[in-house]
Design a protein around this ligand. Structure first.
Ligand SMILES: Nc1ncnc2c1ncn2[C@@H]1O[C@H](COP(=O)(O)OP(=O)(O)OP(=O)(O)O)[C@@H](O)[C@H]1O
Ligand SMILES: O=C(CO)[C@@H](O)[C@H](O)[C@H](O)[C@H](O)CO
Length: 478
């Protein structure tokens, strides 16, 4: 009898960490079942380590992210963890963190299970970081890549640190995304490995030649020794160097994937599907035919980018920086206003009241452009509200207009009729900001000229697990 194939998927998102245990189910139409899953808010936002980053800096405390990860693992059934034969990891793309080779973590037996604790690590400078101004970005060398470089991209952040905090950079000799770090710590790798999905998200990576723009970077004084070696997504980065919870030592760990690609992998059943993911940010994604190659020069004004997927194929992506985070900012603002007025209210209560009020307010003349973070192709265009009349000021009007604005902003980046021209027949909605918000769902339904169906709630974690499951099934066959 074939061994049972159970894999663990982990997604280190901007807001939350998620984990899912997946098993092959040949009798099921999807071919797999999710045995168990868990999500924990990381609450990792923290002050920037370099004061020069200013209020635009966005950093996260790696210790808190790892704590949330361990809370997720602790919540999964122990007997299922014992059966895990592969671990897939994905996470928030573009961001960068640094550590010292050989001192990135310490394994402890402290609690009920063996865990690793971050040691000589920096904060994670996330994809939401805005410290690189348009002028700064314009001063950087032109990449030899089809992707342009934006603030929050790993290589731009490293260039910024080189100029503004060179001493800080000298304290570390290794860099990676948060998910590359986790893979490196699990496997005890001296140097992290990176998939081309994450390398492309840092900038200065050529997906056609699968190589960093080393000459361009060296000529600009960039510390190229920090750049990880790049391998194909779907390949194995190593094996766990220790038992981790109930997962046996020696378990295969895949090279880390982008959360975008992992969530698409979990739900794009057909080439004719598009995926709309609304979580912290928003992505509308369609797959490009095999053999497609993007134009080789970067176009910073283009709202649609082509990100590497698997087997040298590409995804066309309208990646808006303004999604669930805009609603989170609004909720946070209301809670703060209430506190200023001497009233205390939980954010979760505000979310449900806001969604309920907007559900009852079916239409509004209020127009909100929700781009509080700007967009990569229009970094200086911030949010605005127009059409304000005294009759449209209720919570319901504002929340309805916010949800509509998020969808309309995406439409302005990738007009939805373009999907039809690409042969898309159906849109799969995913992401917890969408699944938890019926008003956002209504606005999506209203705007798309195509049928929309919904996937599961732990998408990228499931996708990361599925990539490893597929690998394990292929190994069993050969
Ligand atoms: N109680 C709630 N009700 C409805 N929506 C909520 C609630 N709490 C948070 N949200 C929405 O969910 C979003 C966070 O989504 P999610 O947990 O998928 O983040 P994430 O996985 O870390 O994101 P990403 O994968 O983009 O990094 C928030 O930005 C907010 O809009
Ligand atoms: O939302 C994200 C992190 O939680 C990002 O990683 C996006 O996936 C990414 O920014 C975008 O989709 C592609 O640029």
């Amino acid at each position: 009898m074939a061994a049972r194939s159970v894999t663990l998927g982990i997604d280190l998102g901007t807001t939350s960490v998620k984990a899912a245990l997946v098993e092959a189910a040949p009798g099921d139409p999807s071919g797999f079942v999710v045995l168990a899953s868990c999500a924990r808010a990381a609450q990792a936002e923290t002050e920037a380590q370099s004061a020069a980053a200013g209020p635009q800096g966005r950093e996260q405390d790696v210790r808190r992210i790892i704590q949330a990860l361990h809370e997720c693992l602790a919540a999964l059934p122990r007997q299922q963890l014992r059966k895990v034969c592969g671990i897939g990891v994905s996470g928030q793309m573009h961001g960068v963190m640094f550590w010292k080779t050989g001192q990135g973590c310490a394994w402890t037996e402290g609690g009920a299970a063996p865990v690793f604790e971050p040691r000589a690590v920096s904060h994670l400078v996330t994809w939401q970081d805005g410290r690189c101004s348009s002028e700064f970005l314009a001063s950087l060398p032109q990449p030899e890549s089809h992707l342009s470089v934006a603030t929050g991209f790993g290589c731009a952040t490293i260039f910024w640190l080189l100029k503004n905090s060179p001493e800080f950079l000298k304290s570390y000799d290794t860099a990676g995304t948060i998910h590359d770090y986790v893979v490196a710590m699990l496997c005890g790798l001296a140097r992290p490995l990176m998939s081309d999905q994450n390398a492309a998200s840092w900038g200065y990576f050529n997906t056609r030649s699968q190589s960093w723009n080393l000459e361009i970077l060296r000529a600009a004084g960039f510390p190229v020794q920090l750049l990880p070696d790049v391998v194909e997504p779907g390949s194995v980065a190593g094996r766990t160097s220790q038992a981790w919870f109930e997962i046996p030592r020696g378990t295969q760990v895949g090279v880390a994937l982008g959360d975008l690609q992992a969530s698409v992998y979990s739900c794009m059943a057909q080439k004719t599907d598009a995926v709309l993911n609304i979580s912290t940010s928003v992505q509308l994604v369609a797959s490009m035919p095999s053999g497609f190659q993007p134009a080789q020069t970067p176009d910073p004004a283009a709202p649609v980018a082509y990100f590497p997927y698997f087997d040298r194929t590409y995804l066309a992506v309208a990646a808006s920086l303004n999604g669930g985070n805009v609603l989170a900012t609004f909720v946070h603002m209301l809670v703060q206003w209430m506190a200023d007025l001497g009233l205390e209210v939980e954010e979760s209560v505000v979310y449900s009241c806001m969604i309920q009020a907007a559900a009852q307010q079916r239409d509004t003349c209020l127009t909100i452009t929700p781009t509080v973070l700007g967009e990569r192709h229009l970094p200086d265009q911030l949010a605005s509200v127009t059409g304000i009349s005294s009759s449209d000021l209720s919570l319901g009007h504002v929340a309805r207009a916010l949800c509509r604005g998020i969808v309309q902003n995406l439409h302005s980046m990738l007009p939805f009729r373009q999907l039809r021209e690409w042969g898309v027949e159906r849109v799969i909605g995913s992401g917890s900001a969408l699944s938890r918000n019926e008003v956002l769902q209504q606005e999506v339904q209203r705007a798309f000229p195509l049928p929309v169906s919904y996937g599961q709630d732990v998408d990228a974690a499931v996708g990361a697990a599925l990539v490893m499951l597929q690998r394990s099934l292929n190994q069993q066959k050969s």
